[in-house]
Design a protein around this ligand. Structure first.
Ligand SMILES: [Zn+2]
Length: 384
């Protein structure tokens, strides 16, 4: 199992320049590769093979006058930028042919220097961790790192990122250690991700976003409104843009922190964790609710999934649509649709009164257990 570890980087002014050059070269190679494939496609020619594309837009390009500056950055950076393009294409093809589940994947798009996130990826031959605690990146130098925790083992690759707020991060990919598996416990839990609470658990716990996160989100909304009132091209607008980017980064940090704490606690206390597949759940929601919540939920469920793998727990996604807010978890009778303002309801069949969200979480738990038993050759089905 592979995990990601992220740390803040503090490159010097010179290193920032070298990184800017590397970001730029990676983007140019990615875009050149994308253009070559698009032109081949438009001309009715076959898909350019990965190795041929690399010869064309890296090896041969370096020898031309207009792309000679590609030689100023590590070739690992250029090769990995192309590898990202190949992955983008493969995901797109798998999505088109139905081999990949979940939402449709768009074909790769051209990258812009104005993109919020700039990144380069390096494999083992492009970086080293120095004994002085610095991260050596080829043709950039030894970059100071703030080690907020330790790496469990040698990383196999690193992505160096500059975000919209101008901060630098290193994201290491590390193989996990089997000795981290936790002793077995009995509880299992289903989770309903909702709008009124961030998460409701089948054991009855309701988790809201922490106050500091809600406050940061409110500040961000106000800053965005403020920005929309500034005249285009004015220096006040520039300042407002920077402020929005800063607040965005703060909200993202606070949210990630909250997700980490909650997912760690849930994985520690439960042997199995079940959630609804967001792609399926999303069909039932409005566009606005989706845009606000989906990225947060996706991040949270991804954490549950990798922590489950790391600590030896079961993680299950219930990937068929469940009428979880209409089905009674006691007798499994579908009781009919309930408008969102109905927070408690009484089952018409067995007369049990339910809290809407806790009942939904228990349905997710039942469905998750059933799917797992079916997968193991069992015969139980909750909606028989
Ligand atoms: Zn019932």
């Amino acid at each position: 199992m592979q995990l990601r570890y992220r740390f803040r980087l503090y490159p010097t002014a010179g290193q920032q320049q070298a990184l800017a050059r590397a970001f730029g070269c990676a983007r140019v190679v990615f875009n050149d590769g994308l253009r070559a494939r698009q032109e081949a496609h438009a001309a009715g020619l076959p898909y350019i093979k990965d190795t041929d594309l690399q010869k064309q837009v890296v090896t041969a390009a370096k020898r031309t006058e207009e792309r000679a500056w590609l030689g100023e950055v590590s070739s690992v950076v250029l090769v990995q930028a192309l590898a990202d393009l190949h992955t983008g294409y493969r995901n797109f093809f798998a999505s088109v042919t139905g081999k990949r589940k979940g939402p449709k994947v768009a074909p790769p798009r051209f990258q812009s220097r104005k993109d919020n996130r700039q990144a380069i990826r390096l494999t083992r031959n492009g970086f080293t961790l120095r004994p002085n605690g610095r991260l050596y990146v080829a043709k950039v130098g030894e970059i100071p790192v703030r080690w907020s925790r330790s790496l469990p083992s040698d990383p196999s690759s690193v992505t160096v990122v500059k975000d919209a707020a101008g901060r630098y991060f290193a994201s290491f990919v590390v193989q996990t250690d089997p000795s981290e598996v936790l002793p077995e416990v009995t509880p299992e839990v289903g989770i309903d991700l909702g709008l009124t609470h961030f998460a409701v658990l089948s054991d009855g716990r309701k988790v809201s976003s922490p106050k500091f996160l809600r406050r940061a989100e409110r500040k961000l909304r106000m800053a965005q409104q403020d920005l929309s009132r500034k005249a285009k091209g004015s220096s006040n607008r520039k300042k407002a843009v920077a402020r929005v980017a800063r607040l965005h980064a703060r909200v993202a940090d606070a949210r990630r922190d909250h997700h980490h704490k909650l997912s760690t606690a849930i994985i520690r206390d439960n042997q199995a964790v079940y959630v609804e597949d967001l792609a399926v759940k999303g069909l039932a929601r409005t566009r606005l609710a989706k845009s606000v919540h989906d990225s947060g939920w996706a991040q949270f469920t991804a954490m549950l999934e990798y922590k489950a793998a790391r600590y030896g727990r079961v993680f299950g996604k219930v990937d068929r649509w469940l009428p979880s807010s209409q089905t009674c978890h006691v007798c499994m009778v579908v009781d009919g649709p309930k408008p969102l303002n109905v927070r408690t309801w009484t089952c018409g069949a067995c007369r049990t009164t339910h809290d809407r969200d806790v009942n939904a979480a228990r349905i997710v738990l039942a469905a998750g257990r059933a799917e797992r038993q079916n997968a193991c050759g069992g015969t139980v089905s909750p909606s028989a």
